[in-house]
Design a protein around this ligand. Sequence first.
Ligand code: ATP
Ligand code: MG
Length: 253
Amino acid sequence: MGEIIVVASQKGGVGKTTTSINLATSFAIFEKKTLLVDLDPQGSIAASFHLQGLDIEYGLYDIIVNKIPLTLAIKDIGLDNLEIVPSHIKTEEEEVELYTQLLQKMMLRSILTPLKNMYDYIILDCPPSLGTITINALIAAELLLIPVQSEYFSLNSLGKFLRTVRNIGSNHNPNLKLLGILITMLDKRVKKSKEIAEELKHNFKDIVFNAVIPRNSKIAEAPALGKPVALIDLASPGSVSYLKLAEEIINKK
Ligand SMILES: Nc1ncnc2c1ncn2[C@@H]1O[C@H](COP(=O)(O)OP(=O)(O)OP(=O)(O)O)[C@@H](O)[C@H]1O
Ligand SMILES: [Mg+2]
């Protein structure tokens, strides 16, 4: 039976989408059958694989609002063991419709549960807010991965986010477990960035992954090339760190 991992954080721009794409690719490299679902109306996942316009027939929007079967929205992207579901939201009105439909907190859970016997991992990339989409994802998943950027303001809001998630868990999804906190965009040349990473490890101990994602130009450039970083340069520090993360998660089982 596969597991659903939700990638969420209280902050925007911390590496949720980058982590979702590169962790999913790393699982696929380790021959774990993986589905990557874009829950963010920004639609960055399809764009990161250079899918646009007519390339996408159906996506999250069509599943939630038009009730088409999820299997119709699964896209083969030409990689072994990895498929995606794009978000496919074309207007602001559609975005509002999606948020409104998802006032039904259990909707995503009932849509995704039947897929768990088709995949080893289903990864959900959330938008940068605790709105109805993220709440649905936290109720649908078993495991939560929180990317935290190694910078000063991250520490302030993390505790609050963890408390909110615990509340949602105890009210609606007692099976939700914290898989781990992932330190992203660590810049070893910046003293403050290293200090924050150390403080996170000190305060949150075992819940921080051993794998740490460095700030790395190849990671940042990958979406413009339409590929995950491992397919651009498997030996680059960015790809190696995401492979280590995947290995750590696989071994946690
Ligand atoms: N390890 C890294 N090294 C360098 N750049 C990175 C790294 N991780 C992410 N980035 C860049 O930082 C920006 C934000 O990353 P990303 O889009 O993954 O964050 P996000 O949390 O999904 O953002 P949002 O909250 O808007 O959805 C992107 O331009 C991305 O390419
Ligand atoms: Mg994102």
